[in-house]
Design a protein around this ligand. Sequence first.
Ligand SMILES: C[S@@+](CC[C@H](N)C(=O)[O-])C[C@H]1O[C@@H](n2cnc3c(N)ncnc32)[C@H](O)[C@@H]1O
Length: 215
Amino acid sequence: MALARRLMGDPHGPADDHSGGLITAPKRYELFAALAFLGRRRAVFDRLVARAGITAGDRVLDIGCGTGYLTRRAAAVAGSVVGVDPSINVIEYARRKSPPTCVFHVAEGRRVPEEDASFDVAVSSLALHHIEPGQRADTFAEIFRLLCPGGRLLIADFRPPSGALGNRFVGAVAGHAMQHTQVEDHAPAITAAGFTVVGEGDLRPFLHYVRALVQ
Ligand SMILES: C[S@@+](CC[C@H](N)C(=O)[O-])C[C@H]1O[C@@H](n2cnc3c(N)ncnc32)[C@H](O)[C@@H]1O
């Protein structure tokens, strides 16, 4: 089992199902994220909020919200945001750390307890590779159900290094899913869910994102 999954993941989960699984140690995750972003986490996530086109008054959904960092950055612009994550540990942490404008559900991305067309924007950061491969199509379909006509989706995830050494290092530290999941490879599944993919790009130092619309 990769180091990160041992330190931050579900001790009762499968050793490797080609997903990152649940994060169950929120304080360790926050420490890991702070170190990984080298003090630039807030700037990177604020750029992510801007690339998602979030503006004041938007109803925003954050899939795989974890400790709620992006949820809070999005709420600072939109006003209110709903975050979902199947890990009770991270949701309890997110609830303690967030203002009342952030509402959280313990739920998988493929089963969100909200009405059809109740959001203008859906975002997700560093979560796609945590979702089991067999659940990803259902997750995109669920997000499509939840967005209103004209709704916007931005999915950002880790861009694995292309060099063999760096790639193997990521595999050893973070596991198979982070080593091999390329967010742009999911464009066909996002399209199959009903979206129109409208762009992709890098968010330095190591994120890549795909943007899509409900047309
Ligand atoms: C690396 S964390 C990212 C958290 C946060 N979005 C961020 O950028 O800091 C990935 C999260 O995905 C969650 N996750 C795992 N399976 C999921 C699923 N089926 N649906 C939604 N989230 C899931 C994990 O519990 C974890 O909190």
